[in-house]
Design a protein. Structure first.
Lengths: 114, 114
């Protein structure tokens, strides 16, 4: 069974540009999460999808971040326009519908904004 | 607000030695996770601890949970080089029908030297 995959693995962009990160969850997992780790800080929750619906987006830093999960399969996280403080590693995780299940993480996308 | 403190943040130890990583959290939790991350890789789930007094062991790693003290420990026995990685604890807030958004500690970077 394939795990959670993320694309790209690394992205270097200039301040003001747009970047779109993609996450493919484990097949059949209704729950999809985005987290972010800024250098030297904790991994922090951004948002949670159940299928295509946003269940909780309380961790989204501001309106420059837009997450979608059309069709309830893969998800994208767009940052527009990117700022220096957006640099970090963005993780995606997925979980089966049962709340007892654990979250399985992808390898992350390292975003560098210069 | 749930906060998770992990220490030490950096740990350099010799092969064959024992050591313990600590994870304190500030409010009631439903469950606690320990993850391992190798550079550039996914967070790999090591243990899920659900109840007070829970103890789980896998190889040279043993995790325990004391919900009254709000403390979990990850004990390393007779360390080997292959255990070198970053270890995270993550706590799930009590389930209230919403999102199981994990709150992470900052991670412990473990280096095992020959």
């Amino acid at each position: 069974e394939a795990g959670v995959t993320q694309f790209p693995s690394h992205s270097v962009i200039e301040k003001g540009q747009t970047v779109t990160l993609r996450c493919d969850p484990i097949s059949g997992h209704d729950n999809l999460y985005w987290y972010r780790r800024v250098m030297g800080k904790e991994i922090k929750f951004l948002l949670h999808f159940v299928k295509e619906s946003k269940q909780d987006e309380s961790g989204m830093p501001n309106n420059r971040f837009l997450a979608e999960r059309t069709g309830g399969t893969y998800s994208t996280l767009k940052v527009q326009p990117a700022e220096l403080e957006d640099s970090g590693v963005y993780f995606c995780a997925s979980r089966l519908r049962d709340r007892e299940g654990e979250q399985y993480f992808g390898p992350g996308t390292r975003l560098t904004v210069t | 607000e749930l906060k998770v403190e992990q220490n030490p943040l950096f740990l350099s130890m010799q092969e064959g030695k024992n050591y313990t990583i600590y994870c304190n959290y500030s409010t009631t939790s439903d469950r606690l996770y320990w993850y391992r991350q190798d550079p550039g890789k996914s967070l790999e789930s090591l243990f899920v601890l659900l109840s007070n007094g829970a103890v789980k062991q896998e190889g040279r790693l043993m995790a325990s949970l004391d919900t009254k003290a709000r403390l979990s420990t990850l004990h390393i026995t007779a360390a080997v080089h292959d255990l070198s990685a970053t270890y995270f604890c993550a706590v799930a807030p009590p389930w209230r029908g919403g999102s199981e958004k994990l709150v992470f500690g900052k991670g412990t970077k473990l280096t095992v030297n020959p």
